[in-house]
Design a protein around this ligand. Structure first.
Ligand SMILES: [Zn+2]
Length: 252
């Protein structure tokens, strides 16, 4: 059995328009499953369609903090409607991005909280995007002690991870393979393998040896290899354990 899982993909992205069929074939051949992550209403809808069509695709629905400009009551109703599809496994990616700061902090926090409430109402986990905004992110999450999920592309410290690990898994991607990944390597060392999930965030953040090219789900294998090396475990154990982690995180 192949245990490879990519817990965070954007297969709907235009970077796959030329050869999406081939990318899907490679997933089918080499992987257990992937989770297509919604960033806005359009990608959320497409993700749900993929999840209906392909047995190896699950989906999340949500509005990324860079796309909250038109967030309204209608957006919320549509997200709830989409989230009721059986293979929608989480609300996300939601959160805060103070790096790009497309919308002011206050608005980002408000929409983040509204979407956390959707997850609460529907009893779903969340996929969190946080960039240069850890303190405010933790503040919002602390208001929802019963919600679980994944802190995607985990940018925090070991200390924060140890505090959050009761409810959250930590998404680790291609950045781990970069030469500049010293800090992230220490973070991966400090978090137990039972709390890590693998992701590519494709088409972005392509791991070595393909850095600079378009990313795709099967490259998650390079992240697994790097984790095996850091944790002095076998590659097989890493993909098997992180597969179980992703299933638990998403209730699959
Ligand atoms: Zn993403």
């Amino acid at each position: 059995m192949n245990y490879l899982v990519d817990s965070h993909v954007h297969i709907d992205s235009k970077e796959f328009n030329m050869d999406r069929g081939k990318v899907l074939e490679r997933i089918k051949e080499k992987m257990d499953f992937v989770v297509n992550i919604g960033c806005d209403i359009k990608s959320s809808r497409i993700g749900v369609e993929y999840s209906k069509k392909y047995p190896f695709i699950y989906a999340t629905v949500g509005i990324h903090p860079e796309n909250i400009g038109n967030y309204s009551y209608d957006t919320e109703k549509e997200l709830e409607r989409l989230a009721k599809n059986p293979k929608v496994v989480a609300i996300g990616e939601i959160g805060l991005d103070y790096h790009w700061m497309i919308d002011p902090k206050e608005e980002q926090i408000e929409v983040f909280i509204e979407q956390m409430k959707i997850a609460e109402r529907l009893g779903k986990p969340v996929v969190i995007h946080t960039r240069d905004a850890m303190e405010d992110t933790l503040d919002v999450l602390s208001k929802f002690p019963n919600i679980k999920g994944i802190l995607h592309c985990y940018p925090g410290s070991v200390d924060i991870a140890l505090k959050m690990q009761k409810n959250y898994y930590f998404g680790i991607g291609g950045v781990l393979t970069f030469k500049t990944a010293k800090k992230l390597i220490e973070v991966v060392k400090g978090i137990d393998i039972s709390r890590l999930v693998l992701e590519t965030d494709c088409p972005y953040l392509t791991p070595e040896p393909y850095r600079g090219r378009r990313n795709e789900p099967i490259y998650v294998e390079y992240v697994a290899q790097k984790i095996a090396e850091i944790k002095e475990m076998s590659y097989e154990d890493v993909i098997k354990i992180t597969n179980e982690n992703a299933r638990k995180a998403y209730n699959i």
